[in-house]
Design a protein around this ligand. Structure first.
Ligand code: ASP
Length: 309
């Protein structure tokens, strides 16, 4: 039993450094076991329910693959309109129902706070796979794991979060998670898409160094890690505003000429236009490795919250 047994995973700032180290250690073990061709049965007899009320490719598939790789089973609702949510069922009632079928629940929902509401409704562990423009804690754990694998450590790095910092839940979670470490941040965004003031205030109160800029080029010159994000079209009330901002930052290979040696380029994906294809064979382009890292991290999380790790 670890401190994570029977715990929900709702926000990135819920984790202590020792919990993050434990998750990474277990993820690494599972990754090595899979690479060695071992068949794992850690979750044998357990059922995961994935409820995705917003689109997803990586998060849903990697959670489901994680459960299957651990010998467990998966039942899935892949879109709200195919579930009773479309008939007006409350999240509370859905959770009270799903807890009768599954041992652990992964939820993606368009409303901020939905995962916490779901967790309060059920005694089963709930993992937040994205609550609107709120948080995406499992993504930030795999982002942390990726930086550690690519760079050896996160300590001492200058990390630029770039793009839609207002609506991007991945950057909200990652900023909170990395703020426990010796990391300096650059927040690069158009003025209309700045990191929410409450998050900036919280980080500053913890003594974290933050530089805000609108210039991606300036940010590239000083960064060790450049974390690009998509402009979150679905969060805009005014389509004209989205059109105005959608191509604010497009990273091309030539822009990397002024970068520090060994710059790591990340992106939670999906990319729309933010990273040109010619960046893909840049040695530091880590975004597909980053996506792959989601499998082991989610295996570790499922095993830990169910007390099986
Ligand atoms: N896949 C990530 C998320 O669900 C990033 C994105 O959609 O832009 O938040």
């Amino acid at each position: 039993m670890s401190k994570l047994t029977h715990k929900d995973v709702l926000r990135a700032d819920q984790f202590s450094k020792s919990e993050i180290a434990l998750i990474v250690e277990i993820a690494r073990e599972y990754e090595q076991a899979l690479a060695a061709g071992r068949v794992l049965e850690v979750m044998k007899g357990q059922v995961l329910s994935t409820l995705f009320y917003e689109p997803s490719t990586r998060t849903r598939l990697s959670f489901e693959a994680a459960m299957l790789r651990l010998g467990g089973s998966v039942i899935s609702v892949a879109e709200a309109k195919s579930s009773s949510a479309a008939k007006g069922e409350s999240l509370y009632d859905t959770m009270k129902t799903v807890e009768g079928y599954a041992d652990v629940i992964v939820l993606r929902h368009p409303q901020i706070g939905a995962a916490a509401e779901a967790a309060a409704a059920t005694y089963r562990p709930v993992l937040n796979a994205g609550d609107g423009a709120g948080q995406h804690p499992t993504q930030s754990l795999l982002d942390y794991y990726t930086i550690e694998k690519e760079r050896g450590t996160v300590e001492g790095l200058i990390v630029t979060l770039a793009g839609d910092l207002k609506h991007g839940r991945t950057v909200h979670s990652l900023a909170e998670l990395l703020s426990s470490y010796d990391v300096r941040f650059v927040f690069a965004s158009p003025a209309a898409l700045r990191m929410p003031v409450d998050i900036v205030a919280r980080l500053k109160a913890r003594g974290v160094s933050i530089t805000e800029t609108e210039s991606l080029a300036d940010a590239i010159r000083t960064s060790d890690v450049l974390y690009m994000t998509r402009i979150q079209r679905e969060r805009f009330e005014d389509p004209a505003e989205y059109d105005r901002l959608k191509d604010a930052y497009v990273l091309t290979r030539s822009m990397l000429a002024g970068a520090k040696d060994g710059l790591t380029v990340m992106h939670p994906l999906p990319r729309v236009n933010e990273i040109a294809i010619d960046v893909d064979d840049y040695a530091g382009a880590a975004y597909f490795r980053q996506a792959a890292n989601g499998l082991a991290i989610r295996m570790a999380l499922l095993a830990l919250v169910t007390g099986r790790a």
